[in-house]
Design a binder for this molecule. Structure first.
Ligand code: URA
Length: 434
């Protein structure tokens, strides 16, 4: 096969055969194809797109570039959940124990936060002693014995995706639906899940701001899942304002624990139950969504999901007493409050701006590898639709560095739009693909 001919074919808008895609990815991974040809290939895909057969072939080639996990010996449904990322999104911390309490096995690999979006591994790092990097054998053993485990993304899995993602980052080819869909799905498939639920976010705090684009991404990811034999369903959910009230690692763990105790914000609780219900149905553990929701709500009410979270923390070396004594998660040195300067209603709350304000407080990293302040963050007292008096507290800010407060406060103030009540309610669930 000829590399140049493959690039030309894609450049001219033709459909590539699976063998051509496989050849390209294998040889790029092996170092035979140089970065400049891979960059041209990516740009050709960016402009010409890929059909569903090509996207599935690309995903498969990236899965085959590294190690894969196989949990079929367990003879139980093994599931995974993926969110395209947002602000205040701590659903994984609640959903995994909730699913485990309902009999779904979950082998989860998660990432760290970048920019204005958070990452599950950073959140779990707040729990004293919690091991976020499990070896392959530790991961397998915990999935087998406890029914779920969570660890950082393994470098041995989908290495071709890692190489291509780094190249996309410097060639303006990140925001390309077939490339995003295959990148995300390759990691899910390599990690061994047979059932996958995707939370594709749309809005200012999402990777995809536009709802139509988010829907297209959801459709492509679901199509890849089905083409590669994984039962996959996606919810498209709003990320115009943060999810829940807490933004920032330590605050989000506190909010997740409160939600597992049945005392969480309604939007967060509802979304977690909806994602869980989709999985219970595709796994065959509930006949219909209504029954699945009831089962999940009961596991929150009767404490079995919270008990599963306690077992997860203990199994991964963390101190489970944080569930009763949240002060053990640490506390920030400095706080400030943001007050409303006028009477009215919160008409808008820009999730991206809140995420950036939290990052400025130290909760997020501007570039990969930056250190973060786990206790930094924002607690929102007012969200869209809430009415206000002049002087009411809009939000609290937390940080370990006093000199970060002023700039973050300014950014957060600009995130709030105070005016008339929005004419229409803002639904959280925007659509479903499955
Ligand atoms: N996340 C991924 O894993 N891959 C992408 O391409 C974009 C976001």
């Amino acid at each position: 096969m000829n590399v140049l001919a493959i690039i030309q074919k894609k450049r001219d808008g033709e459909i590539l055969a699976p063998e051509e895609i496989n050849y390209f990815i294998k040889n790029y991974h092996d170092g035979v194809i140089p970065d400049y040809q891979a960059a041209a290939f990516l740009m050709a895909i960016y402009f010409q797109g890929m059909d569903s057969g090509e996207t599935a072939a690309l995903t498969k080639a990236m899965v085959n570039s590294g190690e894969t996990l196989d949990f079929s010996f367990l003879n139980r449904p093994v599931a995974d959940k993926h969110s395209t990322g947002g602000v205040g999104d701590k659903t994984t911390l609640i959903l995994l124990p909730l699913l485990a309490a309902c009999g779904v096995t979950v082998a989860k690999m998660s990432g760290r936060g970048l920019g204005f979006t958070g990452g599950t591994i950073d959140k779990l790092s707040c729990i004293p002693g919690f091991r976020t990097e499990l070896s392959r054998s530790q991961f397998f053993e915990q999935v087998r014995s406890l029914g779920f485990a969570i660890t950082g993304q393994s470098a041995e899995m989908t290495p071709a995706d890692g190489m291509l993602y780094a190249l996309r980052d410097v060639t303006a080819t990140v925001d390309c639906i077939p490339l995003i869909a295959s990148s995300v799905m390759s990691k899910k498939i390599a990690a061994g899940a047979q059932y996958i639920v995707l939370d594709v976010k749309a809005g200012s705090g999402a990777f995809m701001r536009d709802e139509q684009l988010a829907r297209r991404l959801a459709e492509e990811m679901v199509a890849i899942g089905h083409a590669l034999g994984r039962k996959t369903v996606a919810l498209i959910t709003a990320m115009d304002q943060p999810l829940g009230f807490a933004v920032g690692n330590h605050l989000e763990v506190l909010e997740a624990i409160a939600t597992l105790k049945g005392e969480g914000p309604s939007d967060l609780t509802m979304l977690t139950i909806e994602l869980g219900a989709e999985l219970l149905v595709v796994c065959g553990l509930a006949k219909e969504l209504t029954k699945a929701r009831e089962k999940l709500a009961a596991s929150l009410r009767n404490g079995s999901a919270l008990a599963m979270f306690r077992r997860l923390v203990a199994a991964q070396g963390g101190n489970p007493s944080v569930l009763e004594e949240p002060q053990k998660l640490g506390s920030p040195a400095y706080t400030a409050v943001l007050r409303s300067t006028q009477k009215g209603t919160v008409a808008g709350l820009d999730a991206r701006a809140v995420g950036i304000a939290a990052m400025l407080l130290g909760a997020g990293r501007e570039k990969k590898g930056d250190a973060i302040d786990l206790t930094a963050g924002i607690y929102l007292h007012k969200k869209i639709g809430d009415s206000l008096q002049k002087g009411d507290i809009l939000a609290e800010l937390f940080t370990s560095s006093a000199d970060r407060l002023a700039i973050a406060q300014e950014k957060l103030a600009a995130a709030y739009l105070i005016g008339e009540a929005p004419k229409e309610s803002c639904p959280l669930l925007l659509g479903r693909v499955g």
